[in-house]
Design a protein around this ligand. Sequence first.
Ligand code: LLP
Length: 432
Amino acid sequence: MFVSENLSVNSQGNLTIGGADTVELAQQYGTPLYVMDEQLIRSNLRRFHESMQKNYQGMGLVCYASKAFSCLEMCRVVASEGDGLDAVSIGELYTAVKAGFPMEKVGFHGNNKTDEELRYALEVGVGHIIVDNLPELERLERIAGEMKACPHIMFRIKPGIDAHTHQFIMTGQIDSKFGFALETGEAFEAVKEALSCQNVKLVGVHCHIGSQIFDIDPFEAAAKVMLEFIAKVKNELGYEIPGLNLGGGFGIKYLEEHDPAPFEVYMERVAAVVDEQCSKLGIERPFIYIEPGRSIAASAGITLYTVGARKEIPGIRTYISVDGGMADNPRYILYQSEYEAVVANKASQERNEKVTIAGKCCESGDLIGENMPLQHAESGDILAVLATGAYNYSMSSNYNRLQKPAVVFVNEGKSRVVVKRQSLDDIIANDV
Ligand code: LLP
């Protein structure tokens, strides 16, 4: 009935998430409000790590991409499931440290890490650093020498695979700011360079081909190319790279018509390619890492708003304005992302209108979506936008000096705040 499996309608006709009534949540905590279902986050993590276990016999690690949604409690949940973490900034690292995350299970990413970030990563003992470019390798070699550390590194490689997704979230193609190119020999030269370094140890190669990808074929193609590279390095340099990180990017269902492959099928098919290639190329099967972000968090979350003005422009469209918008969900203005929406207090009724949901920021483009099927929404109704658990809170801003909403976790009908709503004093906290 709804895009996410954890949503339902109760006897009052209200939308529920993880057994909690969304209208009551809106009353209790106020709107806008992010609500996340902890059980669905956990079961998504388990689906990944169980199929990792099954297909790679435990020789793999799921590293949740915390850019999708990071806060202390999320790090604690991931840690308690025994999974790893992918962090892309000192802020994400700091959050993991403060949550007591086992830092040896953390991979540190970024195409332009600062010296401060590299130092911090070494200080807190991250498991590995995914190096993006040669100047970074040189800086890391120097900093590691100064700190008497010997970090494990992987190289981010552009496998030259074009995944079919929005161009802003496509990353594995040749024209990309991320990583080393394969076909120009740049990646091979980087490996040679790393093998001659004193203070870093090359333990893997990494690729990430993009995000919100429905097909399995580009993942298979990327795995194949990466294993060929490992074999080339073995044959020509005599060093067998022990790890392969295949990134994230698994698509999720935002709309009814979306039909992503189940994670298990992805894992099974890619594992078959890995096994086949390894025996064909005469290399050991590497330790496999994956970095799912969206597929862990997105479907577990919804955003609740209170409906304000309803504006009917005859022959043109009907605007439904809500008390949030691009500051808490910039994905429409950035990528024209589509969402499903429901009037939470009328969830059992038909969605028989088509409306434009508008935010409250001073921009015409500040929309949650256009042409969205919705129940008849009026001022005071609670509107739920579905599958907003990834890249909504994490990309939110204080534009127009709006306060960032609270994040509430629900777990089998019970709720608790995991991120407080910003106060007005938070808005001016750094002003001098
Ligand atoms: N690993 C690396 C190296 C990445 O760059 C990303 C995402 C991931 C893993 C996780 O990808 P996921 O499984 O979440 O697709 N803000 C955009 C998405 C940007 C993704 C950036 N990198 C959005 O809202 O759609």
